[in-house]
Write a protein that binds this ligand. Sequence first.
Ligand SMILES: NC(=O)C1=CN([C@@H]2O[C@H](COP(=O)(O)OP(=O)(O)OC[C@H]3O[C@@H](n4cnc5c(N)ncnc54)[C@H](O)[C@@H]3O)[C@@H](O)[C@H]2O)C=CC1
Ligand SMILES: CCCCCC(=O)/C=C/C=C\C=C\C=C\[C@@H](O)[C@@H](O)CCCC(=O)O
Length: 264
Amino acid sequence: DPDRQLKGKVAVVTGGAKGIGYAIVDNLLNNEVKTVIIVDKNRARGLKAEEQLNCKHGGNRTVFIYGDITKHLDRVSEQIFQCYGCVDILVNNAGILNEYDPKKTIETNAMATVLWADRFYNCMRKDWGGKGGTIINIASISAYMSDPFLYFYKASKFAVLGLTLGMGHEYNYLSSGVRMFAICPGLTRTDLTLSQQMTVDEQVEVFSRFTEVALWQSANHVGEVAVLLFRTASTGTAYTVVGGAPPVESPDRENTTVDFILSL
Ligand SMILES: NC(=O)C1=CN([C@@H]2O[C@H](COP(=O)(O)OP(=O)(O)OC[C@H]3O[C@@H](n4cnc5c(N)ncnc54)[C@H](O)[C@@H]3O)[C@@H](O)[C@H]2O)C=CC1
Ligand SMILES: CCCCCC(=O)/C=C/C=C\C=C\C=C\[C@@H](O)[C@@H](O)CCCC(=O)O
């Protein structure tokens, strides 16, 4: 299936200046993607990532565009569509963890992810004149766990999962040709998991004990899994990736099947 081959494709990765996003960019470039556009609000890290990746992979295949996903969707998407068309792949990865700022958490992780998905979906969709494509949303194991921690973050990641199961549903894929799936990583060593405002003060002790016994993994593992899933994942699905193990398709939620919808 040519839609599942990375060779020659153009991808956009939000929050690709470091952490999981950077690892996804690096792995896409390792697998013959033509160009990856990093959109990030950290200008210094974005420029450094562009330089490092162009040095490693050559050919000016990495392009950094400065942008805050909560503020600059119009400017950045217009610039991208003008230079590269609707692109083949969007990785909605940028996200924050700050339990002391629920509004910013929802605006960044949920609202911006929804709006970026909507903008690229509409450009890519075949029934509106596009050529199809793939949207990968980075949610979290937090969207599948029932635990007392990081509840605003959890709310934002449930939204990402809901978006993926709904917009990416096979029924929509049949007309749009836009595949959408989610990756739900467990604890991954990045700057996000070093942040000082990760959880409310009263939970710091118990949360620390939890993170000491939980399984951890490298960002590069998530990057490798993103490439694997690009080749194998069906639309409207979500995969957990925990402790460096292979991805596991997340438990089914009740699914109104396409056959049923079409029989109405
Ligand atoms: N590190 C972990 O344990 C896990 C992380 N995730 C998710 O993976 C994604 C990436 O996280 P990490 O790499 O760990 O974080 P990170 O903090 O290392 O990197 C996040 C990147 O996103 C950028 N970013 C943040 N807000 C932005 C905005 N408004 N506009 C543009 N760029 C923005 C940052 O500048 C940074 O370069 C997030 O969505 C996070 O929720 C999911 C599960 C586990
Ligand atoms: C609860 C499920 C987590 C799912 C993974 C995810 O999406 C986000 C994880 C975010 C943070 C993890 C932080 C781990 C921190 C440990 O290094 C610990 O030592 C921090 C102690 C608490 C503190 O606030 O200092």
